[in-house]
Design a protein around this ligand. Structure first.
Ligand code: AR6
Length: 172
């Protein structure tokens, strides 16, 4: 199946590209971002500092994506994207979340990856409603896969609740 749903700790996956639900500072934080920075180690922090300085002095804009190595993780690349903060994205929320998914897949594909693993972007600390986020995630993946049928998308869930919500959206 080109779309797979798994329950796992995303930091342990061997997928070519693993997506990080980052914030615009790229300097780490809580949630999956904190877990990825802890698992990848100091080389990731160094690379992020360099990217900030050289490419994004004002921070990575919401909906965009940038790639780094994966340090001590088994993945090849980490794709950092900043999802929208629910309550602060007005009418742009859905589009910004879709951009996060599409830009991450595009970047991974350009790097030669044919497999990408996503956490449920924005549905934790950023409070995006899970059902709505699931529909957008699934729609974005179908959109990209229609144009890139050799790609595989893995949605990784840490809790059963989000996984169930996503599986319902997936069945629509
Ligand atoms: N593996 C898979 N999924 C995980 C893991 C993990 N190890 N850890 C958490 N999740 P969040 P956001 C799930 O809050 O809402 C950070 O501080 C979690 O259950 O990590 O985009 C950043 O620096 C949830 O479903 O990301 C930003 O400031 C999903 O990942 C801010 O949080 C996303 O939750 C970003 O908030």
């Amino acid at each position: 199946m080109p779309i797979e749903i798994v329950s796992a700790d995303i930091t342990r996956l061997e997928s070519c590209a693993v997506v990080n639900a980052a914030n615009s500072s790229l300097m780490g934080g809580g949630g999956v971002d904190g877990a990825i920075h802890a698992a990848a180690g100091e080389s990731l922090a160094e690379e992020c500092r360099r990217i900030r300085k050289e490419r994004y002095p004002d921070g990575l804009p919401t909906g965009e994506a940038v790639a780094t190595g994966a340090g001590d993780m088994k993945a090849k690349y980490i794709i950092h994207t900043v999802g929208p903060i629910w309550g602060r994205c007005a009418k742009q929320c859905d589009t910004l979340l879709e951009n996060s998914y599409l830009n991450s897949m595009k970047l991974a594909y350009e790097l030669g990856c044919r497999e990408i693993a996503f956490p449920a972007i924005s549905t934790g600390i950023y409070s995006f409603p899970a059902e709505r986020a699931a529909r957008i995630a699934y729609g974005s993946a179908l959109n990209f896969l229609a144009r890139h049928p050799d790609m595989r998308v893995i949605f990784v869930f840490h809790g059963e609740r989000n996984r169930e919500i996503f599986e319902k959206a997936n069945a629509l």
